[in-house]
Design a protein around this ligand. Structure first.
Ligand code: HXC
Length: 258
């Protein structure tokens, strides 16, 4: 199926989604989010896809929600339409690993979209920011909740209130991104990481993601109990027997997702 605002690349077990509205620096409009949601919903069910990489171009991941699309809207319309709520929920409940490969601008909704992913890999030219305050608005798709959890209250307040950008090295230092790579190596680096993850047992991948996502929402004892029950349940799977036998026999495991 052809999409208007995104491009898809099939890398065997890894699906790469490229945001593709270069004329507006990948500004995120309704169409783009709806196409992204449609692809993610299919990828969740598609047994061939194990990991998804979301990226833009060298110069921009996404420069925010589409200001031209939002400009004329009033608060009643935004509320009744429940702007971006459904899309937020679909993206953030995607069950497989979602890796953001960010180069250039990741601003406003672009930064929020990257933070909805499970891992952010950054090129050395990436710039993260929540500059909505300069438009007389604020973040609306998770930025005031995910940024403080990622970088702490003080830096999150600083970024949201001043609108300043954070460069890749600061982002890595404070834990917003997991690794920084040279711009030209980012995409291959992201695909390489995705491939490495895709070789693990899907049952384990899904259990780990579920447990870590829960840590964003629950207290320590509930989270640890959930983790322990997941851990126990993995001992009922063939992949646990295979993984541990392979270690003892000094060979690579062959996971069957069973
Ligand atoms: C619509 C955008 C856009 C955006 C850039 N463009 N960002 N269009 N929405 N978010 C368009 C410009 O209008 C311009 O179109 C073209 O892309 C190139 O942009 P320039 O500004 O000419 O490029 P440059 O000088 O290189 O500056 C890059 C930039 C700047 C610093 C990233 O574009 C910028 O500040 N963009 C807005 C960033 C922002 O405020 N994001 C938050 C949006 S609100 P023309 O037609 O003139 O060529 C948001 C809310 C999220 O994200 C909550 C959701 C519910």
């Amino acid at each position: 199926m052809a999409y208007e605002t995104i491009l898809l690349e099939d890398h065997d077990s890894v699906l790469l989604i490229r945001l593709n509205r270069p004329e507006s620096l990948n500004a995120i409009n309704k169409k783009m989010l709806s196409e992204l949601c449609s692809v993610l919903s299919s990828a969740d069910k598609d047994t061939k896809v194990r990991v998804v990489v979301l990226t833009g171009t060298d110069k921009f991941f996404a420069a925010g929600a589409d200001i031209k699309e939002m400009e004329k809207k009033d608060s009643v319309e935004m509320f009744l339409e429940d702007f971006f709520t459904e899309e937020h929920d679909i993206i953030s409940s995607f069950r497989k690993p979602l890796i953001a490969a960010v180069s250039g601008y990741a601003l406003g909704g672009g930064c929020e979209l990257a933070m909805m992913c499970d891992i952010i890999l950054s090129s050395d030219t990436a710039k993260f920011g929540q500059p909505e305050i300069n438009l007389g608005v604020m973040a609306g798709i998770g930025g005031t909740q995910r940024l403080p959890r990622a970088v702490g209250k003080s830096k999150a307040m600083d970024m949201h209130l001043s609108g300043r950008y954070m460069d890749a090295h600061e982002a890595e230092r404070v834990g917003l991104v997991s690794r920084v790579m040279p711009e030209k190596e980012l995409e291959l680096g992201a695909l390489d990481l995705a491939r490495k993850i895709s070789e693990k047992s899907l049952l384990t991948i899904l259990a780990i993601k579920e447990a870590i996502k829960l840590s964003e929402q629950t207290n320590m004892s509930t989270g640890i109990l959930f983790e322990r029950r997941k851990f126990h349940s993995l001992f009922g799977k063939e992949d646990q027997k295979e993984g541990m036998a392979a270690f003892i026999e000094k060979r690579s495991p062959k996971f069957m997702d069973k």
